[in-house]
Design a binder for this molecule. Sequence first.
Ligand code: BGC
Length: 414
Amino acid sequence: MKRFALATASSLAVLASTSVMAEPQAEVLHWWTSGGEAKSVAVLQEEFAANGGTWTDMPVAGGGGDAAMTALRARVLSGNAPTAVQLKGPAIQEWYEEGVLADISNVAEAEGWDKVLPASIAAHMKCEGTWCAAPVNVHRVDWIWANADVLAANGIEMPTTWDEFNAAAEKLQAAGVIPLAHGGQAWQDATVFETVVLGLGGPEFYKKALVELDPEALTSDTMVKVFDQMRTLRGFVDENFSGRDWNLATAMVMNGEAAFQIMGDWAKGEFLAAGKEPGKDFLCASTPGDGYLYNVDSFAMFDVEGDDKRAGQELLAKLIVAPKFQEVFNLNKGSIPARTDVALDKFDMCAKISAEDMATSSENGSLLPSYAHGMALRGAQAGAITDVVTAHFNSDMSSQEAVQQLADAVANSY
Ligand code: BGC
C-alpha cells in the first residue's frame, strides 16, 4: 500500500514535470488574413515563438469569420479540434455547452484578469463562473471612414446625421465619386444595418430590436425607416459591389475611388498598414447617432490531449492578456486594448475617441453588443436577421415586407 502510494506520488511528479518541460504547441484557427490583420496576428506569433512556443497557423480567409466558424465545426465534429480558436460572444457559450472547451481559470486567476478587465468584457469570457476565453481587444463597429482629400475637394464635412450623410453622398455621386465603398457580403450588409438601427432608432431601440428581439420593435415604423435608409444606401454603392471583400472596399477609400466606408475599426488597421495617417489621409467618425457597438475578439481553448498542447494553451492565454501584447497588437489592429490599465499614449485620435466613447456609453447605458459581429445573439438568431437584411439589400423588397420577414425569421429561428 505504501509502495503503491509512493509509486503514485512519483509518477505524479513525473507528470507534473513533463507538463512544465513540455514545449508549448498551438494550432491556432483565426480569420485574420487581410494586410492589417496579418500584421496584427504576427505580433502574437512572434511573442509565442519568443517564449519557446511552436505555432501552427490555421488561417481561414473570410471577413467576419463565417468561413472560419464552418471550418471549426468540421474540425470539432471529426474529433480533431484546434488548440486555440478565435471565437467570441455567445458562440463561446454555445461551444462550452457542447462540452468541448478547456478551462483556463488557472491562468486567469494567476494573472488577475478580473482586476484588469471591465466586468462587461469579463462576462463574455466566463462560462458558468470559470474562464473559458481570453480577450484580445475592443473593436468598435459603428464607424464611418472617409478619404480626407475627396471630402475636402467636394466641400464635404464628416456627416453627423443620416440626412447629412445622404446629402453628402448625393453630392459626391453627382461629382462622379462612388459615395459608399461596400462589399456585398452578408456580414458587411449586417454591419451597415446595425449602425443604421442604432443611429435612427437610438440605443434603447437597438437593444429592444437586436438584443431582446422584441417583435414590436422588429415590426415598428422605426424599423421600416431603417430599411428605407438601407435602400437609400444601396443607391450609393457602385455596381461591382457584390461579393467584394471588406479590405478591398477600404482600399477604394484609400485610393480616392470612393469617399466613405461604414465598417468596424479593423478598417483602420488597413489604412495604417498602408502607411496612411488618421486626420490627414483618412478621417474617422462614429456613425450618426448615440451609442457604441462593441465587438471583442477573443480566443477560446479547446479540450485537447497532450502536455505540449496544454502548455501552449496556457502560454497563449497568458500572452494574449498581458499588457505589452495588448498594446502592440491593438496599435496594429485598429482596436483598443481590452485591459483598462494599458496607457493609450501611443494610440491615434480614432482610438482615443473610441476609448472615451466606450467609457461614456458604459456609464449611460448605451454600450451595446454588435449583433453583426456575434456579440449580441446566438448564431441561429443572428443568422436569421442577416438573411433578411441581405435579401432586402439585394432585391427590390419593400421596407414593409422586410420588417414582416424579419419578425417571422426571428420567430422561426428558435
Ligand atoms: C473581427 C475582426 C476582423 C473583422 C474582419 C470581425 O468580426 O472581430 O477582428 O478584423 O471581423 O475580418
